[in-house]
Write a protein that binds this ligand. Sequence first.
Ligand code: NAD
Length: 476
Amino acid sequence: MNSLPLRSIYVGGRWTAPRATGTIAVENPATQRIIGEVPDCGSEDVWTAVDAARRALPGWAAAGIEERAAALSALREGLVKRQDELAETVTREMGSPITFSRRVQAGLPVRVLDGFLAELAAATAEERVGHSLVVREPVGVVGAITPWNYPLHQAVAKIGAAVGAGCALVLKPSELAPLSSYLLAEIIDGIGLPPGVFNLVPGRGATAGVALTVDDGVDLVSFTGSLETGRAVGAAAARTVKKTSLELGGKSATLVLPDADLVTAVEDGVRGALLNAGQTCTARTRLLVPRARLDEALDVARAVVADYVPGDPEDPATLLGPLASAGQRERVLAHVAQAARSGARQVAGQDLANGLPHTGHYVAPSVWADVAPSSPLAREEVFGPVLAVLAYDGEDEAVSLANRTDYGLAASVWSADQDRAVAVARRLRVGQVDVNGAKFNAAAPFGGYKQSGVGRELGRHGIQEFQEVKSLQLPG
Ligand code: NAD
């Protein structure tokens, strides 16, 4: 990590000095030590990067599918080779436990690239509609803005789709966790992608992020982050009728039907809430259980939470690291205080709050019962290790509770009868549902209903998000 060219930006296929003179310090949220500084870029650096992307676009748009697939494969190999370093960097910049970082933060991007490779031919295929030939073309230059919670995965989801679609891209990573993007840029530098197809410009949202969103040279903004910022990005992009792809927050539910194996379902639900300290857009932060089995469910939840002792994220045994920043810790603690004031009852995690490490942005996990369905805890994204348990009477009420939020990102449904679980899953207004613990599919479309977003990422749908569709009417 020390060898990364952190004083530079990556533009037009080389590391170059930025115009920006200021820097952004990156803190390790476990030790609270500064572990790097990156340029605090403004509009001028963004313009230079967009310019480089525009110059690279015609060449890469004309590249054949074999060339694009070769680039995706080379990137995949590069990630695999430096997987340990990538995992360690993500752990140090945002605090996710190292075992999780190896498997997910560094492992998932590899599977994401496999998904793009598997779907590339289908994503770019032309079709006949009557006397028209319908062709798919790259949308152009993509402005990619990413958050800090899965910094490498979110960057690779956008870069892979751009490379597959024939687009050029400018990445602005989160100012809280930009170091893994530097490592990624170093890997991309070594795979022989034409100069300017990928560019990296770090900076803050209000400056570099806004500049990328309003730039005339950007054809599509692909944003992942909070709902509030997503609204601002959508509004700013609308001024130039720029296309936007928004992956925003969630308030996802684990729905345990009465006939389900309660222990397995609740264990999975609690783990789904505490994953990455709850800083996961698809975190299943609501657990819906039949009223008659509420006490049983709370006992299981208590037993699972006991394993999530907050600790050093670099220790392979740690399941719960610190939150990513002091600001995130404050936001989560405000939610927890609000939950207590609203009359919800804390049923797990109290003991863990007493033993928190003295340094680091740690928050103890907590599980809450007697949560009013209309309360913020039941409806708003917390983005911390906080689970709300709600009891329901009957399947209709369960579905209605699950849908009772402005978000619509994900859910899981558990039943002894898979057909019944699938029927309930179809009634949920969300972009993805895991049935009976089925695992994440990095080639399947990912995105949100309602205010969880616009558009889809990953696999064929992710590549097609970065394409325009053209109809050629042919005579006779
Ligand atoms: P955030 O919205 O604060 O920041 C995300 C990115 O946007 C950062 O790079 C930031 O610098 C930039 N930004 C901030 N203001 C901007 C502006 N006005 N214009 C342009 N860019 C701007 O989010 P965060 O705190 O980094 O991430 C946490 C949030 O992301 C959570 O709400 C979470 O649910 C969401 N998220 C969603 C998904 C998904 O796929 N749906 C995935 C991960 C995270």
